[in-house]
Design a protein around this ligand. Structure first.
Ligand code: HAM
Length: 432
């Protein structure tokens, strides 16, 4: 038996449970979602921050909160070979804070506006839209407690989804109060909860973080919570004014939202403005993004007492939301131009034309290997190209190429000198 035959019997590997792969053609949409988010965010003055994928475990325990599911049940934590406890980042905000403090970014111009994207890790029970490796694009605007900044951040998230053509989502918004009113509200809520016949675990949760109980999905608990005191009814005048300025600005910007006084997020650091984008086409895992303000986080991580606000947009779930709406971020297009050479010499010549197009900013690919006209045209279709550039013996002799519109099937000859200009104008690319 040959080595290849032997290896054919080896069981192939699969990706770890709950970890999605993105391969063509879906990967083009994945990439388009992420880069659309990044472009919209960069246009609003956010600088890029590249963070480590793992950090000291204590950072998340202290930053995200010991009582959260994320910290208590879902972290990928292990000792490295030096015996230090490290954790694969479950979210981005704590790491950004750590880096801002470590590099003294909070001692310069404020607010510090940063954006990041990449994978995060949560050991959750996998299901549709809930993964153990999830992808986010996020922003954090740190150091200024200004409701206008809250409005910018919320509006920015909305613009990210709109830029993709997504429409079937709603923005839920509330205020979680601040140090002038949250402690008193917390006591009121606890008094209410402790008077209920709660099971042991829920009672414990009410002791550690009573707000989380409001998020309980069990119908028998929900029923008991109908008359629970709600934060928006107990805001101090300062916190109320802050929130009303935010909603007023969102109204002026034309950002639609629904007030949800029971909105609770899965991370402990939130104060004041808090929001979530929910898509109804996704089933149980309907949160496509969310965020909020966090007053005490920086001080809690050993930095100055500065506030911040940010969001994390879920790339995986946004992709599912686009699918649910039947919208494609790329319309299946991998490239605009596809080269179809007939014969060896034409291939050499066309490869140079394709390179010239790419250098001129046109996305282009071509058929490789010895494929006939039919096979190569199929390649153009699969790439979702708008035009094919066909070169056979005649065109080779004439120093031309045939530009074929793959939708209308119209075609005409173009000289090799003019091909870049002609293609760019056919695609509507503005000349440089
Ligand atoms: P988060 O709500 O935990 O917030 O996550 C943000 C988004 O990531 C969610 O709305 C969801 O779309 C996506 N996501 C979360 N977990 C999963 C999962 N298991 N599978 C697929 N997608 C998931 C944060 O992480 C905060 N750091 C956001 C933030 C930034 N707040 C302030 N600044």
């Amino acid at each position: 038996m040959t080595d290849t035959a032997k290896s054919a019997r080896i069981q192939p590997f699969s990706a770890p449970k709950g970890v999605p792969d993105y391969v063509p053609p879906t990967s083009a949409d994945f990439h388009a979602v992420r880069s659309t988010f990044e472009t919209v965010i960069h246009n609003s003055g956010y600088g890029h921050i590249e963070l480590p994928v793992f950090e000291e475990t204590g950072l998340f325990a202290r930053g995200v909160g010991e009582s959260t599911d994320v910290v208590s049940k879902e972290m990928y934590t292990f000792n490295d070979r030096g015996g230090r406890s490290v954790t694969l980042r479950p979210e981005g905000t704590a790491g950004v804070m750590r880096a801002v403090i470590e590099h003294n970014l909070d001692r310069g111009q404020l607010p510090v506006k940063l954006t990041y994207s990449g994978p995060f890790f949560r050991y959750e029970r996998p299901q549709a839209g809930r993964y153990r490796q999830l992808q986010q694009v996020g922003v954090e605007a740190i150091g200024v407690d200004d409701p206008a900044l809250d409005a910018e951040v919320v509006c920015l998230a909305d613009r990210c989804y709109r830029a993709l053509g997504l429409t079937g989502y709603r923005l839920e918004l509330t205020s979680l109060g601040d140090s002038t009113c949250r402690p008193e509200y917390r006591r009121k809520l606890q008094d209410f909860l402790f008077a209920l016949p709660l099971d042991e675990e829920t009672r414990r949760r009410a002791e550690i973080n009573p707000l989380r109980v409001l998020d309980d999905k069990r119908p028998e608990i929900r029923e008991m919570l109908d008359d629970a005191p709600l934060m928006p009814d107990h805001l101090s005048p300062e916190a109320r004014e802050h929130f009303e300025t935010v909603t007023g600005l969102l109204d002026d910007m034309g950002v639609e939202y629904t007030l949800n006084p029971r909105l609770v997020r899965g991370l402990d650091y939130y104060t004041k403005t808090c929001f979530e984008f929910v898509h109804d086409g996704l089933g149980a895992q309907s949160g496509i993004g969310g965020g909020g303000r966090y007053d005490g986080l920086m001080a809690q991580l050993g930095g100055q007492d500065l506030s911040g606000i940010g969001f994390g947009l879920g790339v995986d779930r946004t992709l599912l939301a686009l699918e649910a709406e039947g919208v494609s971020a790329t319309e299946g297009r991998r490239v605009d131009i596809y080269g179809v050479p007939m014969g060896h010499e034409a291939k050499r010549r066309l490869a140079v034309v394709i390179d010239r197009l790419r250098r001129a900013g046109v996305s282009a690919d071509m058929a490789y290997g010895d494929r006939g006209l039919k096979g190569a045209m199929k390649g153009a279709d699969r790439a979702g190209a708008r035009y094919a550039l066909v070169m056979g013996e005649q065109e080779l002799a004439d120093g031309t190429v045939v530009l074929r519109d793959l939708t209308t099937r119209d075609q005409h000859e173009v000289s090799l000198e003019d091909v870049v200009l002609t293609v760019r104008s056919a695609l509507g690319v503005v000349p440089r």
